[in-house]
Design a protein around this ligand. Structure first.
Ligand SMILES: Cc1ncc(COP(=O)(O)O)c(C=O)c1O
Length: 368
């Protein structure tokens, strides 16, 4: 059979091992997953109340226009309802953008390392991928501008960047978009928006009518804690959204996800609490890493990319045997690092003890 040629050279996304399997393999009673930047504090209690009450009729298709959530979100963001597109996670919005704007003969510019789905989808669409290395974990925006040519259709900016955590400062972002040709789509992926410092973060949302080539991506999977329900969205000017909506499946977000996101959106207390706890725990984790002399990248998120004195893969193995699952940097395009999601207070204390033991073993030459 004749699939796209490129698919033969690509591998499906490799999900991490299931925690139950890891427990069995290493004889552990408990495993803490700090691998996917989920919210360790769960999600809004309003969502729990909903799950214990009336549910939507599951025999009926969801609202394909996501109307209720659309209205609430447009009010919250101060934009028109016509400026939104919802996806089965932001992952799907990335896929939709790829389908709409990428095809053989064009190229797309992105940082490396960055969120791998930009490249994955671009390759499937047959586009050329131009990767510009980050500098100390930050996007090299002048380098990305240089990489743009007449065949460039889409530029991906991930801010804060996954896996490094670096935020694109406001002035740098606006300088970039001013210089970027206006017929190139600029995707600003703000999946970790809620965690980032509002003083430096670009207020890009306020400028969508000026920059008609800009799409902003956000998600309910991270600070809102609804990764399991799969719902995210894109915001752009209202002439651009119909191009993307043509590609979108008619019922791509479930009724339960729509309702839960609506309730989660109303609970600012949960978000504020999660962020302030995250920031405190992250700061103390950073102090710990400094105390053992391990480098980490500046992060405006709920994760840290930590340089390891042994390979990231080996550090991952050691942590896994001791009950913690993190992401080895090798698979993220960042060798000799691990990406650690900031967990809750107790789990992070335990993780620090294990890392300290690892540090001692490395120094004594017992772990190489
Ligand atoms: C930068 C970035 N963008 C998008 C996503 C996808 O998020 P979602 O769960 O909404 O598909 C992630 C998830 O890890 C991410 O890190």
């Amino acid at each position: 059979m004749k699939s796209k040629h490129i698919l033969k050279k690509m591998t499906p996304y490799q999900p991490g091992k299931q925690t139950e399997d890891v427990k069995k393999e290493f004889g552990l009673s408990r495993i803490v997953k700090l691998a996917s930047n989920e919210n360790p504090f769960g999600y809004s209690g309003k969502v729990d109340d909903y799950f214990s009450g009336d549910k939507p009729a599951l025999n009926i298709y969801p609202d394909g226009y996501t109307s209720e959530l659309r209205t609430a979100l447009s009010n919250k963001l101060g934009i028109s309802e016509h400026q939104l597109i919802f996806g089965n996670g932001t992952d799907e919005v990335v896929q939709i953008i790829g389908r709409a704007y990428l095809y053989p003969g064009v190229n797309t510019v992105m940082a490396t390392p960055t969120f791998p789905q930009y490249k994955h989808n671009a390759l499937i669409e047959g586009a050329e991928v131009k990767e510009v290395p980050t500098i100390n974990g930050y996007h090299d925006l002048p380098g990305m501008l240089e990489a743009i040519d007449n065949n460039t259709n889409v530029v991906w900016l991930c801010s804060p960047n996954n896996p490094t955590g670096g935020l694109i400062p406001r002035n740098d972002f606006f300088d970039f978009i001013e210089k970027c040709p206006s017929d190139i789509l600029v995707v600003l992926d703000e999946a970790y928006f809620e965690y980032a410092d509002t003083q430096i973060q670009p207020d890009a949302l306020q400028h969508l009518n000026k920059y008609k080539n800009l799409v902003i991506l956000r998600t309910f999977s991270k600070a809102y804690g609804l990764a399991g329900l799969r719902i995210g969205y894109g915001v752009a000017n209202k002439e651009l959204i119909p191009r993307l909506d043509v590609v979108r499946g008619p019922f791509n977000t479930s009724s339960i996800a729509q309702k839960a996101a609506l309730l989660a959106l109303e609970d600012d207390n949960f978000i504020n609490d999660s962020i302030s706890r995250n920031n405190k725990i992250k700061q103390s984790f950073e102090q710990f890493l400094n105390s053992i002399g391990w480098h980490f990248y500046d992060s405006q998120t709920n994760f840290l990319l930590v340089s390891t004195p042994i390979s990231g893969e080996k550090a991952f193995q050691y942590l896994q045997e001791n009950g913690f699952i993190v992401r080895p940097g090798e698979g993220l395009g960042s060798p000799n690092t691990v990406r650690v999601t900031i967990g809750n207070e107790a789990d992070m204390r335990e993780l620090q003890e294990i890392l300290y033991q690892m540090h001692l073993k490395v120094n004594e030459g017992l772990l190489t």
